[in-house]
Design a protein around this ligand. Structure first.
Ligand code: GLA
Length: 362
């Protein structure tokens, strides 16, 4: 009898135990969506990072080497080498590659807007012809190897009284959304199989999202090939709430589009919140230690986020983390000595955090 009871107790323990120890992000989510990571040009050449990437992830985004200021050296002149090298790595490891990004105000080389050959100010037509050539050449180069693109990045204003971002060199030349519409059309013409996304931060913010939805409707009314919205996902332990996240995904679903979460990180500092990534210029709220309390809050937030993601697997077609581990997050790089963020699932030694267990065990 004793033996039977022991057996029953042990079986109960085994069946309640989280999924096997060997569970990884990519194995846990294989029936849901690809789990991606943004990589710097050389990071995957480091043996330790390479093991973690190839074990855990099924999708890659280039942190910088596919942006127009890196690829578009001059009109008709390209630097594809770093991206090609990353693509070789991606394919050798059986992963897929997202293309990020074809048009972004923060990575817009001057030659797009340079005067014409007679020294006259560049007309919209001239700028569009340069854009068409750039997008056609880049998308053709990667055709069949890059399955989707963040075609246009961050074109909507953070100011609720504005619509399109005003401090964009593209907006300054066009004054409307024509450059956005045409970017999608050029990309689709070059690779009709590629999935095309509009990508932005603060999509969970209702007033910014309303403008993003307006833009998408404007594009759809002009028969623009757009397949999804990329929600960057630079979040924190207090934001978004589940209600905000659900409302965001539902709104995209209602447009008939897919969602990808393209740049996920969850900073532990709620004071430095929001996708606008405003870093306070003082140390008042700086965090330098990842305490058990912060770990618990981070874990709870990641659990809520991934529970919601799994619920929406019909509309969510990819989730990508922005960087691999806490030792190399762009947030700390950007903040300098103004505290740390601990935003990822792997710690500064590339070891899985408590939050990792909450994401893979469900
Ligand atoms: C934005 C861009 C990304 C990256 C991050 C910060 O979110 O879309 O490509 O540059 O900023 O690194």
């Amino acid at each position: 009898m004793k033996k039977i009871l022991l057996f029953v107790a042990l079986s109960a323990l085994v069946s309640c135990a989280p999924q096997s120890k060997e569970q990884t992000l990519k194995s846990a989510y294989k029936d849901y969506f690809p789990i991606g990571v943004a990589l710097g040009e050389n990071t995957f050449k480091d043996a330790k990072q390479d093991s973690l990437i190839s074990l855990q992830f099924s999708s890659v985004t280039a942190e910088n080497c596919m942006k127009p200021h890196q690829i578009g050296v001059a009109e008709g002149e390209y630097n594809f080498e770093p991206a090609d090298c990353m693509l070789d790595y991606v394919e050798e490891n059986g992963m897929v590659m997202r293309g990020h990004t074809l048009l972004w105000h923060s990575a817009a080389p001057d030659w797009f807007f340079a005067p014409d050959k007679d020294g006259n100010e560049a007309s919209k037509e001239l700028i569009l012809s340069r854009l068409e050539r750039y997008i056609t050449d880049v998308v053709t180069h990667f055709k069949g190897r890059v399955y989707c693109y963040d075609v246009v990045n961050e074109a909507i204003s953070d100011n609720p009284n504005h619509y399109l971002r005003q401090n964009s060199v593209w907006y300054k030349h066009f004054g409307d959304s024509e450059f956005i519409e045409m970017a999608f059309k050029y990309a689709h013409a070059a690779d009709p199989d590629a999935l095309l996304f509009y990508n932005d931060y603060s999509v969970v913010n209702a007033s910014k999202r309303a403008n993003i939805i307006n833009l998408v409707k404007e594009l759809q009314a002009k028969d623009t090939p757009i397949h999804g919205i990329g929600i960057q996902g630079h979040w924190n332990i207090a934001s978004p709430t589940r209600e905000e996240l659900v409302a965001t995904i539902e709104d995209v679903k209602a447009l008939g589009l897919k969602v990808q979460v393209t740049e996920l990180d969850v900073r532990v500092n709620p004071h430095w919140a929001g996708g606008a990534l405003t870093i306070e210029e003082d140390k008042k709220h700086a965090i330098y230690e990842f305490t058990p309390e912060l770990s618990a809050k981070l874990t709870a937030q990641y659990k809520m986020i991934f529970d919601t993601f799994r619920e929406y697997r019909d509309v969510l077609s990819g989730v990508t983390f922005w960087n691999l581990y806490d030792g190399n997050t762009w947030l700390d790089r950007r903040q300098g000595n103004l505290g740390k963020n601990y935003p990822l699932l792997f710690d500064e030694n590339m070891q899985p955090k408590e939050a990792y267990s909450a994401v893979v065990n469900f």
